[in-house]
Design a protein around this ligand. Sequence first.
Ligand code: PLP
Length: 363
Amino acid sequence: MAGPRPRPEIMTISPYVAGESTVAGVNRVYKLSSNEGALGVPPGAQAAFEKVSREQHRYPDGSALELRRAIGARFGLDPAKIVCGCGSDDLIYQLCLAYGGPGTEILMTRHGFAIYQIAGTYAGSTVVKADERDLTADVDALLRAVSARTRVVFLANPNNPTGTLLPQSEVDRLRAGLPHDVLLVLDSAYAEYVEAPDYDPGVRLVDAADNTVMTRTFSKIWGLGGMRIGWAYAPPAVIDVLNRVRAPFNVTIASQAAAIAALAEPGWLEKNRAHNTAERARLTAALRGIGIAVRDSAGNFILPDFGTAERAKAADAFMRTRGIIVRPVGAYELPHCLRITVGDIEEVTAVIEALTEFMAQAR
Ligand SMILES: Cc1ncc(COP(=O)(O)O)c(C=O)c1O
């Protein structure tokens, strides 16, 4: 007797592979596989989390009003145009389910963030990937890939895992070239790390019309990946849709309290951004110095290119013997690369030392 069966496309989804966190037989593990914040949890967020521990029998505020007000105040945005989610992944899923569906296409870039493919397929859409140029989104290729069935276009800027940033003029050209009824989702998970002076994480395009959404997260610079908090800034009609379909209590009491406190942590953003900029530069320069090709990254990670999949695998294995866990990116069609999070000073030094040794041996 056949048991219950999901829709056939569900079984074409490869489960998302999260960054590993343990290596057998190693004492000190350096987890550099998930692009988490390098400097841990903001102290105020930890205190806020502990303070609300007695309130856990209560449901959270389903509209996350206080958190939306805090986000609005921090970034100069109207809280009415913000929806919070259980990580930005949650909001990406909801957007795919609400705007995609059978007979529609969801468009992303060749090496774009994996969740777009998973969520798009789950929604029943066909996920189309436009080729990139130099591991960077190619606006012409994206526009060529648009069809009458395209409903949503995802662009992570900076992109994970490539770290590349599409210049603002190109983002504007993409929006201008897309049909008005195609939803452009600008995924700005790494926005806080970007130093480019003309960078706009999406606010201007959201405000300019009714067809662009920006997604953001507390999982990276704000140091709260474990608490699962993301948010979308969107035009009123999209906010209305998200509020109809999202789970009613999608952000816990503890997460809301921690996120509000993180935003208020004095100097946190500046300290973390300065650390990332300095350590990313040190890591990039050191790897280039020992003959590993590394593109400039705008995020809190780099993507060294080892030339072949075998060499990348060997480098990964070598780093593991030193307790360093990074992210293989074969699933992103980049088997010759590894993605390495910019950790704290000790972690960055450990990566440099391990890869220096690896390259010396490999000669
Ligand atoms: C580009 C991008 N978008 C979204 C996310 C999801 O973040 P979260 O669900 O933790 O908010 C990530 C996480 O790695 C990411 O790299």
